[in-house]
Structures are given as C-alpha cells and as structure tokens.
Design a protein. Structure first.
Length: 435
C-alpha cells in the first residue's frame, strides 16, 4: 500500500507540474515603445546645444506621448476580449500607424534643425580675413616702402586692426625676406594691409543698420495675435495631431477653433482652450480653413507640419464653455431613444443611458467598457477620414454623448447629442415648393 501511495503521489506531482507549465506565471506588460520610436532619434540632435535643446525636449516628449498612446490602445484591445487573430491584426495596425506618426514628427524636426546646423559656418569670422590675405603680393608692395611717410594717419588707424592679418601672412614674409635686406622687412608688414584692404570692410557694419527690410519680411510673425493663435493651435494639436486644425480671429472679435473631421465637430476628450468659440452643428464641407469663413488672422495645421513651440504652452487654461449649446429639453429621454436598437451601437450603451436617466447607479466597469467602445469607434473614424461614413460618425456621437451623460458632464453630452440630432435629421430639400 505504501508503494501504491508513493506512485499516486508522484503522478499527482507530475500532473501538477505539467499544468503549471501550460499556465503562464504572470502577464507581461504591454509595451510597444521599441517598435514605435526605436532608432528614430535624428543624428542632428545627437549633440545637445543651447540652440536645439528646446526642440530636443519637445521631440522627446512627443515621441514618448505617441508610444504611450499606442500602448494605451493595445491595452484597450487586450481588455476588449477580441479573438486572437483579429486582435493581433489590430495591434499591428496600431503599431504601424504610431510608427508613421513618429516618423512624420521626426522628419518635421529635421527640417527645422537643418537651418540651425547650416548657420554657424556662415557666421565664421575667418573667411573674410583669408579672402583679403590671399591676393596680397608682398613682392610688389615692398618696392614702394616710402608710402609709409605720406600716410601716417591712415597707417596709425590700421595698426590697431591688422595684427590678425600679419599673423596669417607671416609665412610669406619669411620667404620674401631672403631677397631684399633685412631692414625693410618690418616696414612692408604694416604697409601692405594698411588702408587698401581694411578701409573697405568698414562699411559692412553700417549695412545691418537699416532693420526695416527684416521687419517687413517677418512682419506677420511677431504679432501678438499670431503668437496667441499659434499657442492655441499647439495646445489642440498636441492632443490630436492626426487631424487638420484651424484657428482664426473673426471680424466680430471672437476666436474660432475648427477641424475638418466631421463638419467642424470637435471630438470628445479634447480639452478646449479658454476664450475660443466652436462652430454650431451644421452640415459643412471643405477644408478647415474654409469652414471659418472670413478671418482677420488664421493659423492652420496639417498632419506632419512643424509647430512653433511656445514657452507658454503649459499655461494655456481650458474651459467647457465653448461646448455650450442650447439645452435639449429632455436630454436623458432623447439619448435613450436615439440609442435604442440602433445599428452599430452596443446594447449596453442604451442600458447605461436609461440607467443614468433614471438616476440609478452605474458600475465603473461598465463605464470603462463604454470608453473602450468609444475609443474603438473614434479610431475607426480617424482611419476613415476624410471620407467619413455618416452612420459611423453618428454612432460615435452617441457614444460620446452617453459617456458625458453617464459621467455627469451634461455640457458635453448636450454638445454631442445636438450634433447627432442635426446630422441625423434629413437634409433640407433643394427643390422649391410651388403652389
């Protein structure tokens, strides 16, 4: 019996060991940073200098933000419960898109850094001295050593400027000192660059004095209004660089922010700068700049463009006031009716809308799952841009409105649902009714 007991114990241990090998001990964290930004750091920024330190810091932050956003999307896909083949294909697509964004960001920085690296050779002070010293012929100038007595004033002024030139031409003086006597050698050293070469470079310091041309060429950049618009544009672009953005000052004194993703609608989870105005719900077409209409000043952004990095970026305040629209009479009832049996909208969205309208509690896990559906729909919307499917856009609006309503942000819920009602309504007929 003891033998059979030992054998059964061994079998149980062997079976437990086999099962332990099939079950992973832990779940490795999701991290695609190496695939997204690996090997993209430009060689122009390998050496950090005071001129490119700010650009390098912004580039490092942007690359880390792109990698972090890709990791968040992969985590959401892992929690969504997708099938392995579908999930792997979606993960590869997310990594590929993040890599493309990082490449475009690095390319824009390289285009900005290249003028900085090409500028120092032009500022070098030695080429003008070599240019003046190359054509000097000491054999010809030594023939007229008596000129020094006739030009003592000019020579005295030149003595203070010519020591560098004398050091450059010292080798030629040693070669020519063999032919004439030794005494005249120091005399031509000071005479040759006396007045002729040094009197001409004196006017260049007077040429930079007229600063008017430089101001006229750059007159549209240093304006306070343009700097403010550029700061506002940088604030929203950093949140979503995949979209085309436009910010402009209108004649009525308001500042309008718009994107051409969907008729001027601003997606959810994008913080709006304080003091700007958003376009009301309406069907629009064209570029973001054309949606603004007539503007006094306008700043635009397209994916891949470089930004004017502003030091005041962190001080930009946000506000929910730009999303305020006329209140819907019964927001909860209209939202529950819009999400009821709608194609493409998960059933749990309607359940959450009804629960929030009734005032019952909502579980945090259900809110997290709702956000997963919203993020997935929003990413699909970005992939469809600029040819966005109307039905998918309306579903994304309903998901955003439900999230705002469930979390207590009624302003955002009212904003997204107002856009849904406007786009869901049939367009007005172009045919005039005749009696």
């Amino acid at each position: 019996m003891a033998m059979f007991g030992r054998m059964s114990a061994r079998q149980r241990l062997r079976r437990a060991a086999e099962e332990s090998l099939t079950i992973p001990a832990f779940s490795s964290p999701i991290d695609c940073t190496a695939w997204v930004i690996g090997g993209l750091w430009p060689a122009e920024l390998s050496t950090i200098t005071p001129e490119n330190a700010t650009v390098a810091d912004h580039l490092r932050d942007d690359l880390q933000r792109i990698a972090r956003s890709a990791n968040d999307q992969l985590k959401l896909m892992r929690r969504a419960g997708m099938a392995d083949p579908v999930r792997q294909a979606e993960e590869a697509k997310v990594i590929e898109q993040a890599r493309a964004r990082a490449v475009r960001r690095v390319e824009s920085v390289i285009r900005r850094v290249q003028p900085m690296t090409a500028r120092p050779p032009a500022r070098h002070a030695r080429p003008p001295v070599r240019r003046d010293s190359a054509p000097i012929d000491l054999d010809k100038t030594q023939v007229i050593p008596a000129v020094r007595d006739s030009e003592p004033p000019g020579a005295a002024a030149a003595d203070t400027v010519s020591p560098d030139v004398v050091r450059v031409d010292g080798r030629h003086l040693d070669a020519t000192a063999v032919q004439p006597p030794v005494a005249p050698i120091p005399e031509p050293v000071f005479e040759t660059p006396a007045v002729a070469p040094e009197s001409q470079p004196e006017p260049p310091p007077q040429t930079p004095v007229p600063a008017a041309p430089a101001e006229t060429n750059w007159g549209h950049l240093p304006l306070a209004g343009d700097e403010r618009l550029q700061r506002l544009l940088s604030f929203v672009v950093r949140q979503e660089p995949k979209l085309n953005w436009a910010v402009g000052d209108c004649a009525d004194g308001t500042t309008v922010l718009v994107t051409d993703l969907a008729h001027g609608w601003i997606p959810a989870r994008i913080d709006i700068p304080e003091g700007v105005r958003l376009l009301p719900p309406e069907r629009r077409t064209g570029k973001a700049s054309s949606m603004l209409g007539d503007t006094l000043r306008l700043v635009t952004y397209a994916p891949g463009d470089s930004l004017d990095w502003s030091a005041e970026f962190a001080e930009t305040p946000t506000s929910v006031q730009p999303r305020e629209l006329p209140d819907i009479d019964d927001l909860g009832w209209d939202l529950s009716q819009a999400t009821h049996w709608r194609d493409g909208v998960p059933r749990m969205v309607h359940t959450l809308a009804r629960a929030a309208a009734a005032g019952t509690g909502v579980v945090d896990d259900e809110v997290d799952l709702l956000r997963v559906h919203l993020d997935t729909a929003y990413q699909q919307l970005l992939n469809q841009s600029p040819d966005v499917e109307p039905a998918h856009l309306q579903n994304c609006l309903l998901l955003a409105a439900t999230e705002g309503f469930v979390t207590g942000d009624r302003i955002a819920a009212n904003y997204h649902l107002s856009w849904f009602q406007k786009l869901d309504a049939p367009p007005a007929s172009r045919w005039e009714t005749t009696s």
